[in-house]
Design a protein around this ligand. Structure first.
Ligand code: GDP
Ligand code: MG
Length: 435
């Protein structure tokens, strides 16, 4: 898939100005790519239509880098479809907050009931798990096992009436101070009326704040029918997409959203009970497109990084003559590309890791201030920077001497690394620096 899309975009990039015909061609391939990602046909059709409309308009035509614009539009439109970030659980003003997990058998309801319990316990909530999948004794045992693994209490009344169990569980939660009740319900291999009726009765009896549809991301096209049936019967509030650790592109996310219009709030990323994450539309968009925003990164890097400069830099690295002036140069180029975090998050595999990290762009400004407070000689030969020079640099840049020390130390390490890298590069004719 990603090859397909890359090819489609490469075509655009090499052409300079876009014509309507160009967009049509590219969109045909985007369409194929999405279908391959298991997005349902109707959703793909609507998506391509709205993206084309935006792309054919002035936005792209008048832009200086048309390909860059199209990539952005495709990505933006995917994000928009998948809803806004940070769709959190709405807690009841009068506890307990009642959540009901629904979905087909094997989707991951029981596992994710426990994952959610653990997730909420970390936020100082006191969830209660409720065993309302009463048809197989093994299902109750399974909930007890995962419940004890995460340290959450499990309420069960054996194979009784699920409606009565749910009601009793809520009384129990009130008595014992559980502020969240997570109801694990039965599933079937296929949608059937009896199941839907039972879920409707539980819903009517306990009025959950959050009816969460659990969907296996690997089910692809079928996800549409499943979501439609559950939504029609229960009017769900949100979706939890499981098994995203598999090799699926996750086209199901797009389909489910288009059909229900309800946000995906969490995703399941594995069998372990801490493998759950809040949903991030832009990550999902990258995943569906299969390119981790690489194209945007490449575009940005290309506009900001002047080829000649890159060559010079490479030569300097090879000759070990990279000094603080070069560092300053590099920093300006990075700044032209956008924020550090934004930049890092576009590198595939890195995005997820730094998502919740606070990367402080001010650090760059501080470093810049310190380097500009150095004399030309000091920048070329940092080793001459003695304590009195350090004090002067610190005073000049409004930083502390420790900050200057840290910068010098980091620079030294950088030089060492470059030495190693240039060793590896000998013989190779790497014309451009790759990020
Ligand atoms: P339920 O029938 O909907 O209650 O589904 P279960 O919670 O029993 O899960 C069915 C199977 O899928 C179990 O073997 C789980 O370990 C597995 N499973 C659930 N969620 C995930 C996930 O996010 N990733 C992976 N790889 N497996 C999962
Ligand atoms: Mg289950």
């Amino acid at each position: 898939l990603s090859d397909k899309l890359s090819a489609a975009f490469k075509k655009l990039r090499s052409k300079g100005k876009l014509t309507e015909q160009d967009i049509k061609e590219a969109m045909r391939e985007v369409k194929m790519a999405l279908l391959e990602a298991d997005v349902s046909y109707k959703v793909v059709r609507d998506f391509v239509k709205s993206v084309s409309e935006r792309a054919v308009g002035a936005e792209v035509m008048e832009s200086l880098t048309p390909a860059q614009q199209v990539v952005k539009i495709v990505n933006d439109e995917l994000c928009r479809l998948m809803g806004n970030e940070n769709q959190r659980i709405r807690f009841a003003s009068n506890p307990p907050t009642i959540m009901m997990m629904c979905g087909l058998q094997g989707a991951g309801k029981t596992t994710h009931a426990a994952k959610l319990a653990k997730y909420f316990m970390k936020q100082n909530h006191r969830p209660l798990l409720v065993a309302c999948d009463v048809y197989r004794p093994a299902a109750i045992d399974q909930l007890k096992v995962v419940g004890s693994q995460v340290g959450a209490p499990v309420f069960e009344m054996g194979q009784g009436d699920p409606v009565k169990i749910a009601q009793a569980a809520i009384r129990h939660a009130k008595d014992y101070g559980n502020d969240i009740v997570i109801i694990d319900t039965a599933g079937r291999l296929h949608i059937d009326e009896t199941l839907m009726d039972e879920l409707k009765r539980i819903k009517a009896a306990v009025s959950p704040q959050e009816i969460m549809l659990v969907v296996d991301a690997m089910t692809g096209q079928d996800a549409v029918n499943v979501a439609e049936s559950f939504h029609n019967a229960l009017d769900i509030d949100s979706v939890l997409l499981t098994k995203l650790d598999g090799d699926t592109r996750g086209g199901a996310a797009l389909s489910v959203l288009a059909v229900t219009g309800k946000p995906i709030k969490f995703v399941g990323m594995g069998e372990k009970l801490d493998e759950i994450e809040p949903f991030h539309p832009e990550r999902m968009a990258s995943r569906i497109l299969g390119m981790g925003d690489v194209l945007t990164l490449i575009e940005k890097a290309q506009t900001a990084l002047d080829d000649k400069k890159a060559d010079e830099m490479l030569q300097k690295m090879k000759q070990n003559s990279f000094d603080m002036n070069d560092l300053l140069d590099q920093m300006h180029q990075i700044r032209n590309m956008g924020s550090m975090k934004q930049l890092l998050s576009m590198i595939p595999g890195v995005g997820a890791k730094i998502k919740d990290m606070d990367i402080d762009d001010r650090q760059l400004v501080y470093i810049e201030a310190m380097i500009t407070s150095m004399t030309k000689e000091e920048r070329e030969k940092p080793s001459i920077i003695n304590p009195s020079r350090k004090r002067r640099i610190a005073a000049g840049s409004g930083r502390k001497v420790e900050d200057v020390n840290r910068l010098l130390k980091q620079f030294e390490q950088m030089q060492k690394m470059m030495k190693m890298m240039s060793g590896n590069m000998k013989g190779k004719k790497g014309r451009r620096m790759r990020m």
